[in-house]
Design a protein around this ligand. Structure first.
Ligand code: AR6
Length: 176
């Protein structure tokens, strides 16, 4: 039986979500540290995260893999490689695959709560509003089939992005 999944949008830091079982990384193909989300998560997790990830790399756009969370206050990190906007095509399909695959991995692990950043909207250049529509639509669809997941949280870096995600979530919920 599917559970009812709560979807919420907050302003915050993806590396500081202690009440979530798993957090999602906006990774690079090599699963190394980097800027933005990857930098924040690897810094907080410590060097053992990159060490654990090395044999899992490289990953392709749209793919997701899971690791432990090391010094982060979570149990798992699910690493997704988002599409580089204007380069990895079709970018909307590849971005949707990230959300779909991350949720599928979480379900297979029996994870109850999962926090996402806004994948691809930093260094990878995906326009925030377009990306938020893809993200919300995918998460609403996939979460209908979840058995274990109870909460999905979008953690946005600034207030404007959090408000935009909330508005799109509200719109899409009313349409479906
Ligand atoms: N918490 C929540 N959101 C954040 C945080 C944070 N600590 N830091 C940045 N954001 P990005 P991408 C927002 O660049 O576009 C990396 O260097 C940010 O404002 O982290 O998928 C990797 O190594 C933006 O809206 O991810 C890859 O090479 C969003 O999170 C590449 O960048 C995603 O920004 C991945 O690029």
């Amino acid at each position: 039986m599917a559970t009812d999944v709560t979807i919420e949008c907050i302003q915050g830091d993806i590396a500081n979500q202690p009440d979530m079982v798993a957090v999602v990384n906006a990774a690079n193909a090599e699963l190394r540290t980097g800027g933005g989300v990857a930098g924040a998560l690897h810094r907080a997790a410590g060097p053992k995260l990159a060490e654990e990830c090395r044999p899992l790399a490289p990953i392709k756009p749209g793919q997701a893999v899971i690791s432990g969370a090391h010094d982060l206050p979570n149990q798992y990190v699910i690493h997704c490689l988002g599409p580089v906007y204007g380069q990895d095509e079709p970018s909307d399909k590849l971005l949707a695959n990230c959300y779909h695959n991350a949720i599928e991995i979480a379900e297979n692990q029996g994870i109850e709560s999962l926090a996402f950043p806004s994948l691809s909207t930093g260094a990878f250049g995906y326009p925030m509003e377009e990306a938020a529509r893809v993200a919300m639509k995918t998460v609403i669809d996939v979460s209908r089939k979840c058995r274990y997941l109870k909460k999905i949280r979008f953690v946005l870096f600034d207030e404007k992005a959090a408000k935009l995600h909330q508005e799109i979530l509200d719109q899409l919920r009313h349409e479906t």
